[in-house]
Design a protein around this ligand. Structure first.
Ligand SMILES: Cc1cc2nc3c(=O)[nH]c(=O)nc-3n(C[C@H](O)[C@H](O)[C@H](O)COP(=O)(O)OP(=O)(O)OC[C@H]3O[C@@H](n4cnc5c(N)ncnc54)[C@H](O)[C@@H]3O)c2cc1C
Length: 167
């Protein structure tokens, strides 16, 4: 994995810190050395912050059939899929086929799920229904599914008690 965008980072005021855009391929803890695709970098102290990967919590079929939402590429392919569903539904004559394209389920009522449910609803009930007048509001369904009793369980109760989904 590497930074998606060219980074013009400057550490002028805090030398001897330098920025290098590269992918770390190997770490030799004994020799205190990193290997990237282009160079070898010696270090005294190592801080690793390479992020994480989606966790499907062992749910059967989730990895194969669901769209993860973690990286920019995930978000772009999800957006393309939603636009594609609307495009195909607008042209489908069979009501069952239309319904199958217009029901969206979001699993996980944490920060990302709640925020995404709101963003998806804004996209659908705003520009998409305007762009596709052949599709009626009643044909579209957005479901947010959470396994615990409440949404936003990690939040302080004062903040999590009133997430309102209304559109
Ligand atoms: C959809 C979504 C929405 C979010 N919204 C918010 C929000 O509104 N507010 C908020 O505070 N947090 C939000 N978060 C959480 C936040 O993005 C993460 O907590 C945060 O990015 C974690 O930072 P990090 O530096 O640990 O990892 P990351 O941001 O993932 O950074 C890790 C970096 O390491 C690089 N890397 C990995 N492997 C290598 C390698 N071998 N060599 C070189 N580079 C490598 C990666 O390319 C990446 O740039 C959101 C997360 C998601 C998924």
């Amino acid at each position: 994995m590497r930074s998606r965008f060219p980074c013009g980072v400057s550490f002028e005021s805090s030398r001897p810190c330098v920025f290098r855009r590269a992918e770390v391929r190997r770490i030799d803890l004994e020799a205190r050395r990193l290997t990237t695709e282009e160079a070898t970098i010696e270090y005294d102290f190592l801080v690793l912050a390479p992020g994480s990967v989606p966790n499907f919590f062992g749910v059967d079929g989730a990895e194969e059939h669901a769209f993860p939402l973690r990286t920019m590429d995930d978000a772009i392919s999800l957006r393309h899929h939603i636009l594609d569903c609307f495009e195909r539904a607008a042209q489908a004559e069979d009501a069952k086929a239309r319904t199958a394209l217009l029901r969206f389920a979001i699993v996980g009522g944490g920060h990302t799920g709640v925020e995404y449910a709101g963003a998806l609803a804004e996209l659908i009930y705003g520009p998409l229904l305007e762009d596709y007048p052949e599709i009626s509001r009643d044909e579209v369904e957005v479901s947010l599914i959470e396994g615990e009793e409440r949404l936003l369980r990690a939040w302080h109760p004062a903040f999590r008690s009133t997430p309102t989904l209304a559109w």
